[in-house]
Design a protein around this ligand. Sequence first.
Ligand SMILES: C[S@@+](CC[C@H](N)C(=O)[O-])C[C@H]1O[C@@H](n2cnc3c(N)ncnc32)[C@H](O)[C@@H]1O
Length: 257
Amino acid sequence: MLKDKDIVFLWSPDKGDTFLLNLEKGSKIDTRLGVIQHDDIIGRSYGEEVRTHLGSIFYILRPNMLEFSRRIKRKTQIIYPKEIGMIIVSLGIGPGSTVVECGTGSGSLTAALAHFVGDEGRVYTYDKREEFSRLARRNCEKWNVAHRVEFKVKDIAEGFDERNVDALFLDVPNPWDYLERAKEALAGGSRLGILVPTTNQIEKTLEGLKKHEYVDVQVMELLVRYYKINAQRIRPEDMMIGHTGYLVFASTVRSVT
Ligand SMILES: C[S@@+](CC[C@H](N)C(=O)[O-])C[C@H]1O[C@@H](n2cnc3c(N)ncnc32)[C@H](O)[C@@H]1O
């Protein structure tokens, strides 16, 4: 049964309008189909419906990270769900993982990492700008995972405080400058992930990975194409997101002979 502070995803069968809400007793949400009182959702269950004051139906669905990341409040570029999925599986993030990340930015990846490490895991996220760290904390609180994250305001040029972590991710303009620092923090045989928006940055990253003796290097670009859902006329949507960033993955080893 849904209670105060739970998160719900509302979907209108009439217009396809969607809302992601943190339920709050006494609050309401204005939609173009009418007003929905949170109190009318509290006490119901996922899968049920709620009606606006004008009688329009919204279904109460379970929230997911895709919808959360799409709507996250941002003051920086963020990492998008298509990359987040690949990052999670490539870095082997799961319950109990310890992960280091820089920069925190708006916390889109931070929230996802914190989601997947579970209550047994830990995310250590660095940003040199306090305003971003604070915004990311608020975003993680909205997804109810901030308690799994340590938000650090620090320039990673000074190095990471952690050692033997399971995975590390860099989303900074010059990741090649921190590959030695990343290696100090990572456990042997563990994975580093990097996102860079331009191919010029891939080149410098690859040179750095070679210099610092990372192994099993992979570079990829992910494109997602949504399809129209008319069963009689199945075809791709006209518009798609053409470019977000390139992903680079590599592993640490103790020494390469
Ligand atoms: C593109 S944003 C990260 C976005 C984040 N991955 C997300 O999904 O919301 C890059 C961040 O890296 C931070 N940054 C850049 N260089 C840094 C450094 N040397 N140490 C700490 N933070 C750094 C910036 O302040 C900025 O907030």
